[in-house]
Design a protein around this ligand. Structure first.
Ligand code: ATP
Ligand code: MG
Length: 603
């Protein structure tokens, strides 16, 4: 076969294969063109998820006749005036979106500039350019794409159901709308309005839902010419995938590995690997510092100084998380309020309570005995006293008696412990609220932070076991653990192979000396096998540390005295990020006094 040049229509179809994957990609290109044309209003209509019709009308500067004829030609663009690929301030720059769309659909463009007496219309069908004709139209541009992919039936087969295609379109439009709040946007699916965003309105609540801002921390950092702004969710407000992470570089929605990894690292201590925060982050950077020409759909970018960008992300996010550290998700408090049920019928009279009078021993209506309240004990649970003392807890005043209980003050945001319920939760009274602490989750966080501090300073303190513990393990788990002997040693865990099927634990982190070693080693084996190999070594070590910390924590089911509870509360106040455990669950919730008053109909 002889070598020959490809036919131009074929070239455009090949380009379309990369740029236009589905209706949402065509919509993205066309809306970006409208944004580049300085529009202040962009109206989008789709039918069948964009397969049969995409129509985009803008009020931007439009195109004169000659430009219109050129715009649908490959490599024709008005957007790189100084031929400098590293000084691009527009969203488009390649001059290939319109010819690509024209090659695979029936495309009609109608456009009019303010100087023109009339609008002009041009059609392209399956790559064949029609005649330019005058048309009646206001100022701006309307681009209509009918029967997308009719000219490339193979691609047509890959399209999903209209609702799926529509949801992709909504996603990309939301991203563009978030980045350009000065522009009005509307989307119609046939005759149904999907959204209509007014100009300069805060779109975050419409796009992320009302409760996002209540559970988000603002981010703002300027450093070395970079500006990072936006909102990130507190760790307790998380999702099962990263779809609700909106990242922008110079107003361009991107999916960038460096940025996503920085987000993951910033949250690493607060979220289990399979949970993801919700966020909208806008990075402004000198265009010369970023290459936007690395992905066919311009969805990825490459930074010149990756380290700087990563550093700004990490410190901005960590600062924001730090500020949020003692706040817990308001959604949780709201859920808690909703979970309390007020009796739907009026209170039964005492005689209706199965003939018993209410003596305080049983709850009205429930028939069940009242939960036993744990009143202060002067004796510390065996073993726990040392553990807690090892945190150098703020001095705790001697055990209060219930009658003389000291009054909560602003000095103790987590209040004073009043009781333990279900041997798992601490009830504490703060100046303005009732605090419920999950003792296991809270303790897990404290142990983790403490171990991390030790690791960062002089290394984790170890203690030799008097009797080395031998743990039998299944082959895969054994292999996984043995492969990590040096890493585990860094974390204070000294182990060695014992025969062919077991390991021997010789030394352990001092803080974990009382843990159930069999269980811990088994869990550790599972964790190591699951560990995400793309994480850096220190991230991997932190994941392992999280598993270790979880094991020494005060288990649910352990009885605590008031002193121990107060020691835990004071420790939590003194420990950064104690608002959530290492798995992103809250460690405490606060019911504000006004919420409680609401429950009782006092507000
Ligand atoms: N809505 C519009 N209003 C005004 N001019 C437009 C509009 N859409 C396209 N154009 C003009 O048509 C040209 C070609 O558009 P096209 O999308 O094919 O390429 P581009 O935007 O320059 O680059 P890219 O392929 O990266 O999007 C643009 O450079 C612009 O001058
Ligand atoms: Mg374009």
């Amino acid at each position: 076969m002889t070598v020959r040049f490809l036919d131009p229509t074929l070239i455009n179809q090949i380009a379309a294969g990369e740029v236009i994957e589905r209706p949402a990609s065509a919509i993205k290109e066309l809306v970006e063109n409208a944004i580049d044309a300085s529009s202040t209003k962009i109206d989008i209509v789709v039918r069948e998820g964009g397969r049969t019709l995409i129509s985009i009308t803008d009020n931007g500067h439009g195109m004169p006749q000659d430009d219109l004829m050129l715009a649908v030609e490959r490599h024709a663009t008005s957007k790189i005036p100084d031929c400098d690929l590293f000084n691009i301030r527009s969203l488009g720059f390649r001059g290939e979106a319109l010819p690509s769309i024209g090659a695979v659909s029936r495309l009609t463009i109608t456009s009019r500039t303010v100087k023109a007496d009339t609008a002009w219309r041009l059609s392209v069908e399956g790559g064949k350019k029609g005649e330019l004709a005058p048309a009646s139209f206001g100022f701006g541009t309307r681009v209509e794409v009918r029967d997308l992919f009719y000219a490339t039936p193979a691609r047509l087969k890959f399209l999903k159901a209209p609702t799926t295609e529509l949801s992709h379109a909504v996603d990309i439009l939301n991203r563009l709308a978030l980045a350009h709040p000065e522009i009005q946007f509307s989307l119609m699916d046939g005759d149904r309005q999907v959204f209509s965003y007014g100009a300069n309105k805060d779109r975050i609540p419409s796009i992320f839902g009302k409760d996002f801002l209540e559970n988000a921390s603002p981010v703002l950092m300027e450093r070395e010419g970079l500006t990072l702004k936006g909102y990130i969710s507190v760790p307790t407000f998380n999702r099962s995938n990263a779809a609700a992470q909106y990242l922008f570089v110079n107003g361009r929605p991107v999916k960038d590995r460096v940025l996503s990894a920085a987000v993951r690292m910033a949250y690493q201590d607060f979220l289990a690997g399979n949970r993801h925060p919700v966020l909208a982050l806008f990075l402004e950077i000198d265009p010369a510092e970023v290459d936007i020409n690395v992905h066919p759909a311009k969805a990825e970018v490459r930074f010149r100084d990756t380290g700087l960008v990563r550093g700004v992300f990490m410190s901005a996010l960590k600062n924001a998380l730090h500020e949020a550290a003692h706040r817990t998700s308001s959604a949780i408090a709201q859920d808690a309020v909703a979970a309390f049920q007020r009796p739907s019928s009026p209170m039964p009279s005492p005689s209706a309570w199965s003939g018993k009078t209410y003596s305080g021993r049983s709850l009205p209506g429930s028939g069940a005995p009242a939960p036993r309240l744990a009143f202060p004990e002067r004796r510390l649970a065996p073993g726990l006293a040392e553990t807690i003392a090892s945190y150098q807890a703020a001095p705790v005043t001697s055990a209060p008696t219930p009658e003389l209980a000291p009054q909560p003050s602003e000095d103790y945001p987590l209040g004073l412990a009043r009781a333990q319920i279900h041997s798992a939760y601490i009830l504490s009274e703060a100046a303005d609220s009732l605090v419920i602490v999950d003792q296991h989750a809270a303790h897990e966080r404290l142990v983790y932070e403490k171990m991390k501090r030790e690791q960062d300073s002089h290394g984790i303190k170890r203690q030799a076991l008097l009797l080395p513990e031998v743990v039998d393990l299944p082959e895969q788990t054994l292999k996984a653990i043995l492969s990590r002997i040096p890493d585990l040693a860094q974390l204070g865990l000294i182990i060695e192979a014992f025969g062919l099927t077991a390991i021997m634990v010789r030394e352990v982190p001092a803080l974990l000396v009382k843990a159930d070693w069999k269980q811990l080693i088994q869990d550790l084996g599972a964790e190591i096998q699951d560990i995400d190999a793309t994480l850096s070594l220190s991230e991997q070590l932190n994941e392992i540390l999280g598993t270790l910390a979880c094991h020494n924590s005060v288990r649910a089911g352990r009885h605590l005295s008031i002193e121990e509870m107060n020691a835990l509360l004071r420790q939590m106040e003194a420990t950064p990020y104690s608002g959530q455990c290492n798995h992103g669950r809250p460690t405490y919730i606060k019911l504000h006094r006004h919420d409680i008053e609401k429950l009782f109909g006092r507000r």
